[in-house]
Design a binder for this molecule. Sequence first.
Ligand code: HC1
Ligand code: SF4
Length: 574
Amino acid sequence: MIECEINGIPVAVPAGTTILNAAKQVGVKIPTLCYHDDLDAWAACGICVVKVEGSPKMLRACATPVGPGMKVITHDPEVVEVRRTVLELILSTHPNDCLKCGRSGNCELQTLAADFGIREIPFEERVKRIEPDTSTPSIVLNPEKCIKCGRCVLVCQQMQGVYALEFIGRGDGTRLAPAADVTLAESPCIKCGQCSAHCPVGAIYEKDDTKAVWNEIKENKKHVMVQIAPAVRVALGEAFGMEPGAIVTGKIYTALRRLGFDAVFDTNWAADLTILEEGSEFVKRFTTGGTLPLITSCCPSWTDYMEKFAPDFTENFSSAKSPQCMLGTMAKTYYAEKSGIDAADMIMVSVMPCTSKKYEITRSDEMFASGHQDIDYSITTRELARMIKQAGIDFVNLPDSDCDSLLGEYTGAGTIFGVTGGVMEAALRSAYYLITKEDLEQVEFQAVRGMEGVKSAEIDIKGTKVRIAVAHQMGNCQAVIDQVREARDKGEELPYHFIEVMACRGGCIGGGGQPHGATDEIRAQRTKGIYTDDEKSVLRCSHHNPEIIRVYEDYLGEPLGHKAHELLHTTYKK
Ligand code: HC1
Ligand code: SF4
């Protein structure tokens, strides 16, 4: 341990701990802008400067490890003045239009400017006018607002391994842009939105579809339906000051009705349906010599990645649509038939933790399986929070309500889709039944839980060994695919039979459309909320969901049957 002093307070921390983190341990918050817990410190902004006894110049707390006996001063009038100057310089290149900015109210730069009492900028204004890039359905890039903190570039390159974003130009002319200065749509971007989740300002944000949704509600001409994804229920509360991980499912259903939606459904229902299709697909491939490993495909950033960078795995992808898309199709076919409402008079809105889901809803012809666009709009958790605020709804004090029947009831297996390992765990719970015709006594698979980038295990299904892997955060997913490709190309035994992949760190609870500010601590709280929801569920296996049993009996026939194939499966570009 290294013993040092922060503002005269003694502290002992492990070797390698930065001044920033040592200060946190004694309750001292040093301001930061470019730094993020998820990323390597690269000391770009200079806001976190501190004084260290014996050092001729101020040092950056985010990138300087503490040393034995080090005496650090984190705040004095001189340090505060330097930080103020750094801020003023950043603000001199930043548009002064906070009132119209998507991050107004939770912008890290705005907060610092307020904390430092900045009232005027003593430097010449040098704002570069650059048109926003609106080329994707998911994310808007507004380089004019960029403060060159570099978080998005590090996220895209280091965490996701996608290399869609970079800085172009030099010195004063440096700007954020898709690699090779093409549009975002032409770049390798997989639309995961992790750049927008990590951006401290309004330079990268989700494409806002709330106005279009408000219009549908206002026009009152169509039956406007809505579905909420697993991970939304443990994160939306954060936008209203609640603890991360607070399970607010019942409040969300109530809020959605008060917003004016005519029918409220739950994506978790369709997650149970996905398991019946995908689980059956796995069992079929596993027992009849089909293409293995089977790879989950409910993350559209992952399928986008695969189509661009790993088309040799197209046959490995599960053809089962994602739960979002299954629910859209089932609403405009099954529910339309049962309710007697013409699908042409229906609108389906999905609320997702994800920016990529905006892209998924039109990604292939199968997204129009009902004869109409199955999902009309996909909005993020952040967009729903804004709609609730616009409607003046006191979310925290809302009573709970239930969601609507036919496409609403869900099991714990459906809910755990929202965390890394959850799709695999849910699939195993039902695959065990499909193979043995018996139910598991212990439904929890600890081996697939937790934040390790790649988790692997051998699961014993009454003597049948199934080798599985779970990867999250794109960079880790590539490593698993490379491992499989190498074995396959050498003709060796495949390392895995079944692989779950999620592009975002922690799975969808860490999605690019979730409330800002996620760190591993917050991801852990959201994860706990998801597992608590599962533990509290009376039914924990998808094949026990009575509404799912009924939809097969009344409408779909068998999993993987003709109708199921027509409505619930998709194809991928090679
Ligand atoms: Fe996800 Fe999924 S878990 S992909 O992260 O399979 O977005 O929450 O809705 O579709 O169910 C996202 C979450 C979500 C789908 C499900
Ligand atoms: Fe979207 Fe989930 Fe995939 Fe992230 S992991 S891109 S939130 S589907």
